[in-house]
Design a protein around this ligand. Structure first.
Ligand SMILES: [Cu+2]
Length: 115
């Protein structure tokens, strides 16, 4: 159990590409049991989630008049949206960083574990 925690901590540290001390975004500790991410207040919340392979993750655009998008390696929401949602199913384990192409520093991460 302790080893797993240490490993998780190491992975979080290794995955941190800057943005120190923000306490959110892609560098945040992944939240398990969540499949919905809000694009709101110029950030993704939660910034990082952890889901089992085969999970459909939905991003909801709810930042009023500010449009956002979601772009990662192999998935993209397309045109920036002010409302509505985007869903992508993650079939393979791995770490999937993504970002909003309109706003610097607005990023997130989906960690997909083996099912
Ligand atoms: Cu944005």
């Amino acid at each position: 159990m302790l080893a797993a925690v240490a490993l998780a901590a190491a992975l979080v540290l290794a995955g941190c590409g800057g943005d120190e001390g923000g306490g959110g975004g892609a560098a945040a500790t992944p939240v398990a049991g969540v499949t919905q991410v809000a694009a709101k207040d110029n950030r993704f919340s939660p910034g990082a989630i952890q889901v089992p392979a085969g999970t459909a993750v939905t991003w909801r655009f709810e930042d009023g008049f500010v449009p956002h998008d979601v772009k990662g390696d192999g998935f993209a929401s397309g045109e920036p949206k002010r409302k509505g949602s985007f869903t992508h199913t993650f079939d393979r384990p791995g770490t999937y960083p993504y970002r909003c192409t309109l706003h610097d520093g607005m990023d997130g991460r989906v960690v997909v574990t083996g099912s």
